[in-house]
Design a protein around this ligand. Structure first.
Ligand SMILES: Cc1cc2nc3c(=O)[nH]c(=O)nc-3n(C[C@H](O)[C@H](O)[C@H](O)COP(=O)(O)OP(=O)(O)OC[C@H]3O[C@@H](n4cnc5c(N)ncnc54)[C@H](O)[C@@H]3O)c2cc1C
Length: 421
């Protein structure tokens, strides 16, 4: 019997685990692994220390074609689908959390307008308008290597999906006039375009989440500015500062989705919010990889002291592996079944996968620090950074750990439309 797995031609186990892969997935994973191992890993400490954006990594991503990973092949991209992106992102996250997380913001601007939008119901006119506009947007990435940010958060319940966005877009001749403020805008100052969510300001109408617009604001637009400092616990290289929009005019063609389609998309394609998780699956792998090396006395530059003979440390490694395998299993199942209008069970698994990865990553880092011991948490080693970076995942809206529990409980006990008397 042939017991070879499809990852046999890779000389490493991918962050998503040993699983069947297509030829394209294998090639992209090998490329991502080499980039991470040879370039990103050694640079990760500097972005963290200075809270500086990883520009050098973005030059490498651009050169590798990874800025256009999810742009359709017909538009000059690499045409990666949802599961392929999620696997590659986890591999990048294994070597630099900041790069993987910010790259996710950029990729979403292509995936949401690309493969995800293809699965959202639109009228023929909307579909035609979208197809024309996204060509312009893809061309900026393919031809000019443009970087997109994805600033949604405002410090209100909007990014949690519980209120309309306070940032507004008013229709004017030839385009939109944007006013408002965003917080936590990863890639602030590094992006060429900011793909914001805002509410259409309709005269005499109460702001409504159904009127959410997804629009790109060029970094050079008049009235656009970046404010505030950025000195957080972890993910320091994301440089997630505040943005201000004061009567910013953007042309109609900056619309990344037709009017009303983002709202439909968020309801149709819940897996669009799962794309934050591969970064953290990558971090969990990094903590596990480091722990194994450290306990075997094989960390480069460290004394070759072995700690593997202590049963307590063997147990901790076993616990980490069990948790990692559970995360990988849920993750790979969720990416394989990601599609528009999932069944209730598939949606529950998706939530469970997100929660397990976001909370589990920090838990694995906690175990790694505890078992590697005092010398293992020194600043010249990556563990303490992984610990801090991994703490940030479950804070991210709309699927914070709290909100996932909230959704799962409610959606389990109430069918759509059900109410108590
Ligand atoms: C490293 C990092 C990078 C980030 N990058 C980006 C980015 O690029 N783009 C972006 O848009 N955001 C980004 N964020 C922001 C993130 O998604 C959240 O918006 C942010 O962490 C929320 O902070 P808060 O203190 O306002 O949180 P919270 O208080 O948890 O939530 C914000 C609001 O949501 C509502 N809310 C929270 N819980 C509930 C609940 N149970 N029921 C109803 N309403 C609730 C409340 O009104 C609350 O004020 C980033 C965050 C981090 C940590």
């Amino acid at each position: 019997m042939n017991t070879r797995t499809l990852t046999d031609t890779l000389d490493f186990t991918p962050a998503v685990g040993d699983m069947p892969l297509t030829g394209k997935q294998r090639a992209l994973l090998a490329q991502a692994h080499a980039l991470g191992r040879d370039r990103f890993a050694a640079r990760a400490a500097q972005w963290d220390e200075a809270a500086a954006f990883p520009h050098a990594n973005y030059d490498d991503l651009r050169e590798a074609g990874f800025l256009r990973l999810c742009v359709p092949e017909a538009a000059g991209g690499l045409g990666a689908d949802y599961p392929t992106y999620m696997m590659v992102a986890a591999e990048i996250g294994r070597f630099c959390g900041t790069t993987a997380l910010t790259w996710n913001m950029h990729i979403c601007s292509t995936m949401w307008t690309g493969v995800l939008a293809d699965g959202i119901p639109m009228t023929d006119a909307e579909r035609a308008e979208h197809a024309r506009r996204r060509e312009l947007h893809f061309a900026r990435i393919v031809n000019d290597g443009a970087i997109y940010a994805q600033p949604f958060s405002e410090g209100s319940a909007a990014a949690a999906g519980r209120a309309p966005f306070g940032t507004t877009a008013k229709k004017v001749e030839g385009g939109w006039l944007i006013n408002g403020r965003k917080i936590f805008a990863s890639l602030a100052g590094a992006a060429h375009y900011y793909g914001i969510l805002c509410t259409e300001d309709v005269e005499g109408k109460t702001p409504d989440p159904r009127d959410t617009l997804y629009i790109s604001v060029p970094a050079t637009a008049q009235g656009f500015s970046i404010h505030g400092d950025w000195n957080p616990l972890g993910m320091r290289g994301t440089v997630s500062r505040n943005l201000l929009f004061k009567d910013v005019f953007v042309a109609d063609d900056e619309q990344l989705m037709p009017r009303g389609i983002y709202f439909k998309g968020a309801q149709t394609w819940p897996a669009m919010f799962f794309t934050l998780s591969p970064t953290y699956l990558g971090l969990a792998n990094a903590a596990y990889d480091f722990t194994v090396k450290y306990l075997r006395g094989e960390v480069e530059g460290e004394p070759p002291v072995k700690r593997r003979m202590y049963p307590t440390k063997q147990i901790a490694v076993a616990q980490m592996r069990i948790q990692l395998e559970a995360m990988r299993s849920l993750f790979t199942r969720a990416i394989a079944e990601a599609r528009p209008n999932p069944t209730k069970d598939a949606k529950m698994r998706l939530y469970a996968a997100h929660y397990s990865v976001m909370e589990g990553a920090n838990d694995i880092c906690r175990l790694a620090i505890r078992t590697c011991g005092g010398q293992g948490m020194m600043k010249h080693l990556p563990l303490e950074r992984l610990y801090r970076d991994s703490r940030c995942g479950s804070l991210m809206l709309p699927w914070t750990a709290e909100l996932v529990l909230d959704r799962m409980g409610r959606e389990t006990l109430y069918e759509t439309g059900e109410r108590d008397e």
